[in-house]
Design a protein around this ligand. Structure first.
Ligand code: WQD
Length: 353
């Protein structure tokens, strides 16, 4: 049986880390990424780590014919892992139609090809954002989806519902939805990591860019929340732990351990940490003093969320290896490495669309 997996969004942050994990676990990998939000140079880092050159199809998955051609050329794929999507919460509020068109059209094209070519396994990049502001934490996979906090979150909720309906009508393909919490950190080689296109929105790259001087001062968006120190609570998950969850999810489907042909798993550390505690962890781990101030709340922020990850632990055999210290130390190591990256690894100076 083929061990070839197609990873969409393969030159992105989580995609590239997942390719490393897949290769290290015996899979052959193909990538498709139009590099509108990522750098093809990331696959150079993957090659340095794994010794494998990864082929990337520079295709916009919103173009059905070009997408279909990839499947026609690789009809014996054992699975598809779908990361490709826009994911900036703030941008999605400014440009909702861009997010609906890009994230949904690409998903639909991939699913149509999976159906036409009978690809047996599909893993979808979902997000804890589908829970909205949960009434109870930690959240389990049975926690109901609530009003999405942004158009980005709505694309993840719609994506899940589309795949659930697809699975109900197509018993030949088995799907898994992985709900990520807050991905952060970098591969310990510092050869791959997160490459925000312009000013980052997510906490960890803002921390490291503040520490290195790219951002003058970090603003903590609110310390008047009903939490232990007033700042929001999140579940930070190391990107390498997250990457390995994809390999285990694929193994689970290939070994036909699934009970249904569409299953959901929370992929979070299971630990809630506040924004201020994350900053403290960075300072303690790196010895750096971070220049930050307390500002007003950011609209759309969830007060507190973290995962009950029992299901992934028991069904997938997934056990997160890294904690906040490794997240912060690896993120800082990567931030210092980026300065030396060859020019061609640098991203487009502005979003291409
Ligand atoms: C975390 C906390 C901020 C920046 C989003 C998406 C999720 C996933 C990850 C894609 C919040 C605070 C942040 C700053 C701050 N998306 N913060 N100052 O919003 O939890 O999740 O990104 O992978 O689906 O919803 O992540 O890192 O933006 O914010 O105080 O400069 O850090 O207010 O409480 P978020 P985040």
């Amino acid at each position: 049986m083929s061990k070839t997996v197609l990873v969409t969004g393969g030159t992105g942050y989580i995609g590239s880390h997942t390719i490393v994990d897949l290769v290290e676990n015996g899979y052959d990998v193909l990538s498709v990424d139009n590099n509108s939000r990522s750098s093809i140079g990331m696959l150079e880092g993957v090659e340095k780590i794994t010794g494998k050159k990864i082929k990337n199809y520079k295709v916009d998955l919103c173009n059905f014919d070009e997408t279909r051609a990839i499947f026609e050329e690789n009809a014996s794929l054992v699975g598809v892992i779908h990361f490709a999507a826009f994911k900036a919460v703030g941008e999605s509020v400014e440009k909702p139609l861009l997010y609906f068109q890009n994230n949904m059209q690409s998903l639909m094209n991939v699913l149509q090809c999976i159906e036409e070519f009978g690809i047996p396994n599909f893993v979808f990049s979902s997000s804890c954002t589908v829970y909205g502001n949960p009434d109870q934490i930690p959240v389990t996979e049975e926690t109901p989806r609530k009003q999405a906090e942004s158009p980005y979150g709505l694309t993840k909720q719609m994506g899940e519902q589309i795949i659930e309906a697809f699975a109900a009508s197509n018993k030949k393909t088995n799907s898994i939805l992985l709900r990520y919490f807050n991905p952060a950190g970098a591969h310990d080689s510092a050869l791959i990591g997160e490459l925000p296109i312009d000013r980052p929105q997510n906490l960890t790259p803002v921390i490291t860019q503040t520490a290195i001087g790219k951002i003058p001062q970090l603003t903590v968006f609110g310390n008047d929340y009903p939490t232990r120190d007033g700042s929001c609570i999140r579940d930070m998950i190391h990107v390498c732990d997250l990457a390995h969850a994809h390999t285990l999810a694929l193994n689970y489907l290939i070994e036909e351990k699934n009970n249904f042909n569409c299953e959901i798993f929370n992929i979070g550390s299971g630990d809630g940490i506040t924004v201020l505690e994350s900053i403290k962890a960075f300072e303690e781990t790196t010895g750096m003093k971070l220049n930050y101030t307390i500002g007003g709340r950011r609209p759309g922020d969830v007060i507190a969320i973290y995962a009950n990850n029992d299901k992934a632990r028991s069904a997938l055999g997934w056990v997160p290896k890294y904690g906040i210290k490794e997240i912060m130390s690896s993120a800082w190591k990567w931030e210092q490495y980026i300065k030396h990256l060859p020019q061609h690894l640098s991203l487009p100076s502005k979003r291409l669309n």
